[in-house]
Design a protein around this ligand. Structure first.
Ligand SMILES: [Zn+2]
Ligand SMILES: [Zn+2]
Length: 247
């Protein structure tokens, strides 16, 4: 009964079909464990074998707030002059090959085993970076039209894997995508921010002291910043941003 109640609770807010898809996929996804390294295909249960991990484009020194690459660790000029309200950013990789190729194959070729591999790398980076873990992981939601087209939310899959490793629940009921935004790829930074205006709604905080918003890739930060603004308006004060890669 307790399990059923928590299952039903997920349907209270936003578009239930998005959450139904996520739940249905979670059930199927949990059984998919990578048995080979995603890059060299040698038998390995870590997603990326030790040798291939050494070859990955680790981000290195970056802004503690937005993940922008810096010559030494600190807070970039943009975050100092216009803080987005994010406590910390954890992003293990630069968005270049082979990570960009892996993310592309997850999203557009349905190579779902990549998600736990990337999720594990993110979990490793989180453990290195953070002294206190958040109470819940909030995947950046896709609009229902995109879910129908793709069949899954890659941020949700990554969050499930990272959450499982770190023992943090994934909550799909907090952030809701209310606007079917056009793809950000062809837009400049100003247009990206405008595109994201009022794209999300957030459930008023009644449960969590600290949350981490999870996306696959952070580019301009427009999506994360729009979500962060909504979260803060609804009582969330301790927000982290986690992603696999930064462009
Ligand atoms: Zn390998
Ligand atoms: Zn920054």
């Amino acid at each position: 009964m307790k399990e059923l109640l928590s299952h039903l609770e997920k349907f209270r807010f936003g578009d239930s079909l998005v959450r139904q898809s996520s739940i249905a996929l979670k059930t199927a996804f949990d059984s998919i464990l990578p048995l080979r390294c995603c890059l060299c295909m040698q038998p390995d249960q870590n997603g990326f074998c030790h040798q291939c991990q050494l070859l990955l484009p680790w981000l290195g020194c970056a802004c503690l707030k937005c993940g922008a690459a810096l010559p030494s660790e600190g807070i970039c000029g943009k975050c100092q002059t216009k803080p987005a309200g994010i406590q910390s950013a954890t992003i293990p990789f630069r968005y270049i090959d082979p990570i960009s190729h892996q993310i592309h194959s997850l999203k557009y070729q349905r190579k779902l085993t990549v998600a736990p591999a990337l999720g594990k790398m993110l979990a490793i980076q989180v453990i290195k970076n953070m002294s206190r873990l958040p109470d819940a992981l909030l995947p950046v939601p896709l609009h229902i039209n995109r879910i129908k087209q793709r069949g899954f939310n890659q941020a949700g899959l990554i969050a499930e894997s990272t959450g499982k490793l770190l023992g943090i629940p994934v909550d799909y009921g907090i952030i809701c995508r209310t606007k079917d935004t056009v793809s950000q790829t062809s837009l400049d930074q100003g247009a990206r921010a405008k595109n994201m205006l009022e794209a999300f709604a957030v459930h008023v905080n009644g449960r969590y002291d600290a949350v981490a918003v999870i996306d696959d890739v952070i580019t301009s930060g427009a999506t994360i910043n729009a979500i962060c603004t909504e979260l803060r308006l609804n009582g969330y004060n301790n927000i982290s941003a986690w992603a696999i890669a930064k462009t």
